[in-house]
Structures are given as C-alpha cells and as structure tokens.
Design a protein around this ligand. Structure first.
Ligand SMILES: [Ca+2]
Ligand SMILES: [Ca+2]
Ligand SMILES: [Ca+2]
Ligand SMILES: [Ca+2]
Length: 446
C-alpha cells in the first residue's frame, strides 16, 4: 500500500465532495513519516481582544504533529469539554478530548490496520459517542471500508466495526443517531480507481443498530458522480441527505449543469421517497443540512461564478450559497455570500435560539461581502438574520491557509469552530508543522 494512493483517495474524496476549487497550498500532500503528536504550548497563544463587540474570538488552540493534522468533526461533552475527530500525522484516524479551556484530556489513534480518517462524531443517548469515517482494511492492497467506532467519554472503545459493500472505497462523511437509537451513516462508494474513477461514485447510506450490527445499506445515484456529505432526521422520521451530483439519470431526475446540490428524502428502510437538484448551470455542491425550529430546513452549498437557474447572484469565483426548503423539497429562500475569491469549500451552520444563524466557511476574498483577509484562506464567520441578511462577520486565521470544518453551539451566544490551519501568526498562536487542528471559541458579545 503506497501512501500516494491514499492521498489520491483523499483528493478524489475532497474534490468530489466539495466540487469547488480550493486554491490552497500543497502542504497536506507532503508525505512524511508519522510523528508523535506534540501537546500544545500555552505560552504562545495569540492575543485576544478584550473590549470587542459582536463576533469575537475568545479562545483558540492548535493541536498536532509536525505532519498534517486535520480536525474534521467535533461534539461537546456534558462536562463542558469537547471530543474532536479527524486525521493525525497525515494518516491515522484520530480522536482527542479536551476540557472547556481546550486543554487535552486524552487522545488516541484508532482504526483497523492502516490509514484512516474519522470525519464526524456525535453524542449517543446513552452518554457515549459515535464517530465514523473510513479505514484501510487491507494494508497489502487497496481497500478502504466505512469505519465506525463507539467510545465512552474517557475514550475507551465500546465497539468498532468496518463495513464494505464490495467496492474499493467505502466512506462515511456524516452520521446521526436516530430517534429510535439506530445509527445512519452517509458517504460514497467507489467501485474502482480507474483514471476516470472520480466520475463513478454513488451515494451510500447505511443503517446500523446501537451495537454496530448492519441493518441495511443502499446506494443512490446515476451514471456520473454522486456523493453525500451531510444528513439529518426530519421531523417526519424520514432522513434528508444532501450531497452533490453530476448525474442526470438513474435516481437523479435532472441536472442544471456541471454538478448540482442533490437532496434525497429516504425512509427508515432506505427507500427513496423524494429527491431534487438545486443549482445553476455552473458548479454547485451541497455541504450541510440543518433542521430549523420552524419545521423547515436550511442547506449550505457552493456556487461557481454563474447566477442562473436557482441562483440570483454571484460575487465572483466560488460563493457560499445558502437556501431554505420545506419538507417537500420546495425552495423557499436563498442568498449568496462571498467576494471575488473562493468561498463555500466546506461550511457549517447553527441556528441560534433566537432564530439567527451562526455559520462558517473558508474564504480567500477581501472584497464585496468579505471585510478582511489575513492571507490565503481564513475561517470566515458570519451571523445571519432569519431572512439571511448579514448581521455581523469576522475573518480568523493567519497568513497561511486556514480552513473551517465544523461548529458546535455552546450557548445562545457562544460556539466553537474546528478546522485546519497552517498559519502561525495573526489569530493563530503557533503551528507544529504542516496543517494542525485549529479550534476557536467565538462569542457574540453585546
Ligand atoms: Ca449546477
Ligand atoms: Ca466568491
Ligand atoms: Ca489565512
Ligand atoms: Ca501538524
């Protein structure tokens, strides 16, 4: 097994998931031997502004080794701390817990036999935690399977399991625990890695029970590429899956061109109930879906350079595109945000109790909607009104690349964002080498 193949897999995954260009550096592609992780130093934190108002950075910390470390998922714990999931040292599926001050409580590499990643983590009703991603199940060949691990709050493994449906690459990018205690995982499968293999992904949805026993797996898509990145359980007990499709056949009823956001509604047996594509004739990709207090749903996505079809505006290159839908997949409201550079590569969104939204994506713009850029990509953090108007914003990062991945709400005015950073200046206190996991706590100060 050559690591270069792993990076081909990761690259294919990232590109097929996001479907947007990512003008970042190549640090994440550098192959280095695995290194021991280095605990963060506390004597070099970035200065925090103490008399600010609005969206304000109140705590930041980075974690990682001299190689690439990627924070992909986060969940808050009952004691006020966090468990992060991701990749450590370019190749290991990784879990790490911190207290509320972002000091490490425990960390561990997990996975079956080789290279892997944990893409997201959720809390279980029983007080434990479930993380999912993919792991290499055959170190002599090329076989990546969906990987799920259940741990307690101390990081003790309750069970771990891999699932493969016969293809070369099975992944889980997001997961939920359902209201009746099962676990549903979404990702994509890829039957082979031929030169045009990036075009033959299908969306894969898998239901397992609380002990990790497979209940069902189903795939959805057409003859071109179909990938999923996020799911939720709707208030009707069905599941809404958001992803990206370039197909216009099979399960996909239509395509507006060059990749669209694809939303699927499936029942608890995996049957496809409804589906719809959203986008312009340019490149579109879905990045998250969130259930709203009013019974509707909000989707974050990307749009490349074209304002037609469902899109009413574009600020240049890739923009962050946000829209709301009802339970019948009717488009209700939408807005695009960004500058002349790229936004929307990955995004995360939270609804605050008062109906406003906190969201984050990455941006390398410093014009139009984006007030500031520290260099290359930054975390771009926004507060939106319920009618999708920008109420406040802040860009966080340093002169190198800073990419936001996931968010978790801590209270009405406070949230944490995790992502990756290769900066060691600006808002970022230090860097251990290549990318590090970077976590920031933001408060919306009155
Ligand atoms: Ca499109
Ligand atoms: Ca843009
Ligand atoms: Ca930056
Ligand atoms: Ca690192």
């Amino acid at each position: 097994m050559k690591k270069t193949k792993f990076f081909k897999v990761v690259w294919i995954l990232m590109v097929s998931i996001s479907f947007v260009s990512c003008s970042n550096d190549n640090d994440s592609m550098v192959i280095e031997p695995p290194m021991e992780s280095t605990p963060p130093k506390d004597d070099n934190d970035a200065p925090i502004n103490s008399d600010a108002v609005g969206l304000t950075l109140i705590l930041e910390q980075n974690f990682g080794s001299t190689s690439g470390d990627f924070g992909n998922g986060v969940v808050s714990t009952p004691d006020g701390g966090f468990i992060f999931s991701g990749i450590q040292s370019d190749e290991n599926a990784f879990l790490m817990a911190t207290n509320s001050e972002l000091n490490i409580s425990w960390e561990k590499e997990v996975g079956v036999s080789g290279i892997g990643s944990l893409e997201n983590i959720v809390a279980s009703e029983d007080g434990n935690f479930i993380a999912a991603g993919f792991t290499q199940t055959d170190t002599s060949g090329f076989d990546f399977d969906l990987y799920v691990i259940k741990i307690d709050a101390m990081g003790n493994i309750i069970w771990e399991q891999t699932y493969g449906v016969g293809s070369i690459l099975d992944t889980s990018i997001d997961l939920i625990e359902t209201s009746d205690g099962n676990i549903v995982l979404v990702g994509s499968i890829q039957p082979d890695l031929s030169e045009d293999g990036a075009g033959i992904n299908d969306i894969s949805v898998t239901m397992i029970n609380e002990d990790g026993v497979l209940i069902w797996n189903n795939t959805y898509g057409g003859s071109a590429s179909d990938v999923a990145i996020s799911l939720i359980e709707g208030n009707d007990g069905n599941f809404l899956v958001v992803g990206t499709t370039t197909s216009a056949d099979g399960d996909v009823s239509s395509n507006k061109g060059d990749g669209d956001v694809w939303i699927l509604q499936i029942d608890d047996t995996g049957q496809l109930l409804n589906q719809k594509t959203f986008g312009s004739s340019g490149r579109n990709g879905g990045t998250s879906i969130t259930a709203l207090q009013n019974g509707n749903y909000i989707v974050t996505a990307s749009n490349n350079n074209i304002a037609d079809g469902d899109l009413t505006s574009n600020n240049g290159s890739d923009d962050l595109w946000i829209f709301t839908i009802d339970g019948s997949l009717n488009l209700l409201d939408q807005a695009s945000f960004g500058g002349s550079g790229s936004e929307g590569f990955r995004s995360a969104l939270l609804e605050a109790p008062n109906g406003n939204f906190f969201l984050t994506t990455s941006s390398n713009s410093s014009d139009t909607d984006v007030l500031e850029n520290m260099g290359e990509n930054d975390f771009w953090v926004l507060k939106l009104s319920p009618s999708l108007e920008i109420l406040d914003q802040v860009s966080l990062g340093g002169t190198n690349s800073d990419f936001a991945s996931k968010m978790v709400l801590l209270n009405a005015d406070r949230f944490l964002i995790v992502g990756n950073s290769s900066s060691s200046d600006g808002d970022v206190g230090e860097n251990n080498g290549s990318f590090d996991i970077w976590a920031v706590i933001i408060e919306d100060l009155p």
